[in-house]
Ligand binder design. Structure first.
Ligand code: GLP
Length: 263
């Protein structure tokens, strides 16, 4: 696993955006580049950078297909807290050449949610899998909406959200946890692990415990993101603030080994 430590959130986002753009640009095959995407505050800076690079002609999304990680159950597209709305507002609407038909987001209003999830997995497979899955994590180490103790082999499906997650996410719902949907559709840890590369963003003091668990702890369903320790091409991009709980040795190790990568 690589851990890229950047000075602050802005630099972390810049690094991640440049990495993703480089991967898209290096993709010379006829089949589209398949990109997995998260929501949340962590990726917002990455989306801004990527959109600016796209507008400046530095990266094209014409041959990119995207699959989002998750969506709340019961929120229609036009709800300003649906992940569909978030993705268009923060990213897709700012791209010059993203084809709407290449955007895939789980439908939280699907009549048969299980069927929706099965079809999502099939569609990912029909493109030959995901090339690069970007993710963020919750303070409890959840990846997508795979809360603690979700199977590390899980596939796309319906998830119940923990009270903790609803409280954390209530900042977007007038600070009322009851207004946060109790369930979501989410790709599984197994779905993310099947992608060719995984890039997880971790920033801020409130994620320091999670970063330490994911990097230094063992692989455990308690911190579902820790599964990426078993991925052959996993990168964590983080900022200094998120490094508060790792040992000085670990911190120095990754700075040393990634010296060339520092912006
Ligand atoms: C939600 C999303 C996750 C996201 C997490 C962290 O729970 N389902 O995919 O990673 O929030 O969000 P933030 O980046 O805002 O801390």
């Amino acid at each position: 696993m690589r851990v890229i430590i950047q000075e602050n959130y802005e630099n972390m986002c810049k690094w991640a955006a440049e990495y993703i753009a480089a991967r898209i640009n290096a993709h010379k095959e006829e089949r589209p580049f398949v990109l997995g995407l998260p929501t949340g505050s962590s990726p917002i800076g990455v989306y801004k950078e990527l959109a600016a690079m796209n507008q400046a002609g530095k990266v094209s999304f014409a041959n990119v297909v995207t699959f989002n990680m998750d969506e709340y159950i019961g929120l229609p597209h036009e709800h300003d807290q649906s992940y569909w709305y978030f993705m268009h507002d923060n990213f897709f609407d700012h791209l010059m050449d993203m084809k709407p038909e290449n955007i895939n987001i789980l439908n939280g209003m699907a009549e048969d949610p299980e069927e929706e999830c099965r079809k999502y997995e099939e569609k990912i497979a029909s493109y030959g899998g995901i090339d690069l899955f970007m993710g963020g994590i919750g303070v409890d180490g959840h990846l997508a909406f795979n809360e603690p103790y979700t199977s590390l082999h899980s596939r796309t499906g319906v998830r119940n959200l923990t009270t903790d997650t609803r409280i954390v996410n209530s900042r977007f719902f007038g600070n009322d946890p009851e207004k946060v949907p109790a369930q979501a559709l989410s790709v599984g840890i197994g779905t993310v692990m099947d992608s060719r590369e995984v890039l997880v963003l971790i920033s801020g003091h409130n994620k320091a415990r999670a970063l330490a668990a994911v990097v230094e702890g063992g692989v455990s369903q308690k911190w579902t993101c820790s599964a990426i320790q078993l991925h052959n091409e996993a990168i964590i991009a983080c900022d200094e603030d998120a490094c508060g709980e790792i040992t000085v040795d670990t911190y120095k190790y990754f700075l040393d080994i990634e010296k060339k990568e520092r912006l």
